[in-house]
Write a protein that binds this ligand. Structure first.
Ligand code: NAD
Ligand code: UGA
Length: 326
């Protein structure tokens, strides 16, 4: 599908993962139409910055559009592949009144895109789903065949969107694949996510807030690995399948902070807070399907990836730590 230059669409192009995906596809010589609504979950300026390198490429076109009520059919016309990453992320804020936004941007937006795809068929739709669909899994590493039981409203909306893509596949032949990303990190990480918050606090000499006892584990995945798997999913024989993309090992939040202290040379001041509602205790991916069907393997270790994110953080914030190193 992507072995020769073609037109592709990336929804959520201005976001953390979407912007990296655009850069990669442009580097491969594809024409990329990036769709994004610049939702206000975090600052617009940050999203514009994410797209800085993509916008320098002649093959890139940005369409500012909300999938919920915009002219989606027009924006996707002529594309061979659609990568659908647009959505309302963030596990912990998905309660209460915020829920409506999750329904809109994760479920309704996906349905609108699927309707547009009936009008303009593509060779592949790759949907960015989430490890959050598993909730508190019974088995680790968790296989794609495990019964999904989200423990957050966010996870529920991602699972609903996954199901929607398969509903449209069954009824209208839309060739969909869902990828379950496991906690992605690296340069441009969203400001609400753990590593970004930890680095910010570390550099400012503030206390680092840890939800719960810090012994919860995550299968952290470096962004270039997530992007590799996403690109491969567009061409591999995985229509109708769900595929986990996990970084290769499970690490506790406490251990992450130890590693970050070694990398930065700054000892974090840890503040333990109540556990956050909606957070699963552990996540861990079985990546055998990705290995077998995508020929994919995560390449970046947590230490290496954290060091890259720390370097990026220092450069991007043009700020040096204000506390004295160890
Ligand atoms: P992000 O917020 O940085 O990017 C999402 C982008 O989608 C944003 O730029 C936003 O403006 C856009 N968007 C939201 N609603 C839209 C709409 N209705 N129409 C058009 N654009 C809209 O988030 P991210 O971390 O890059 O995540 C990308 C996708 O991957 C999301 O769907 C998320 O649920 C999924 N995911 C992310 C992770 C992770 O660890 N970052 C893990 C699992 C799944
Ligand atoms: C991340 C993304 O934000 C979701 O969009 C995505 O769907 C999910 O991964 C996924 O894999 O499906 P999360 O795992 O909560 O969600 O990612 P982080 O925000 O990086 O949090 C990682 C861990 O650090 C969590 O256990 C969280 O409780 C903890 N944390 C986070 C803290 O202790 N303190 C903080 O300030 C932030």
């Amino acid at each position: 599908m992507l072995d020769s230059p073609t037109r592709v669409v990336v929804t959520g192009a201005a976001g953390f993962v979407g912007s990296h995906l655009c850069d990669r596809l442009l580097g491969m010589g594809h024409e990329v139409v990036g769709i994004d609504s610049f939702s206000d979950y975090y600052e617009r300026a940050r999203k514009k910055q994410n797209l800085e390198s993509a916008r320098e490429q002649s093959g890139f076109r940005l369409v500012e559009l909300d999938l919920v009520d915009g002219d989606v059919a027009r924006a996707i016309r002529g594309a061979a592949v659609v990568f659908h990453l647009a959505g309302q992320p963030g596990v912990r804020p998905s309660w209460g009144d915020h829920f409506d936004q999750y329904v809109q941007d994760n479920i309704v937006a996906t349905q609108r895109l699927l309707e547009a795809l009936r009008e303009h068929p593509v060779k592949r739709l790759v949907f960015a789903s989430s490890s959050s669909v598993y909730g508190d899994a019974e088995m680790f590493p968790t296989k794609e065949t495990a019964l999904p039981r989200p423990v957050s409203p966010y996870g529920m909306t991602k699972l609903a969107a996954e199901h929607l893509t398969f509903v449209y596949m069954r009824n209208f032949g839309i060739p969909a694949t869902s990828l379950r990303y496991f906690t992605v990190y690296g340069p441009r990480q969203r400001p609400d996510m753990a590593f970004c918050r930890f680095m910010e606090a570390l550099a400012d000499g503030n206390e680092i807030e840890i939800y719960g006892d810090g012994e919860q584990t995550r299968e952290f995945t470096f962004v270039s690995d997530a992007v590799d798997g996403t690109v491969k999913a567009a061409s591999a024989d995985v229509v109708g399948q769900v595929v986990n993309l996990g970084g290769g090992s499970r690490v506790s939040v406490n251990r992450v902070l130890d590693t970050l202290a070694e990398i930065s040379g700054i000892e974090p001041r840890r503040k333990y807070m109540p556990a956050a509602l909606g957070d699963p205790r552990h996540t861990g991916a079985s990546i055998n399907v990705a290995r077998d069907r995508l020929g994919w393997e995560p390449r970046v270790s947590l230490r290496e990836g954290l060091a890259k994110q720390w370097e990026w953080f220092l450069a991007a914030s043009a700020r040096r730590p204000e506390v004295s190193p160890l």
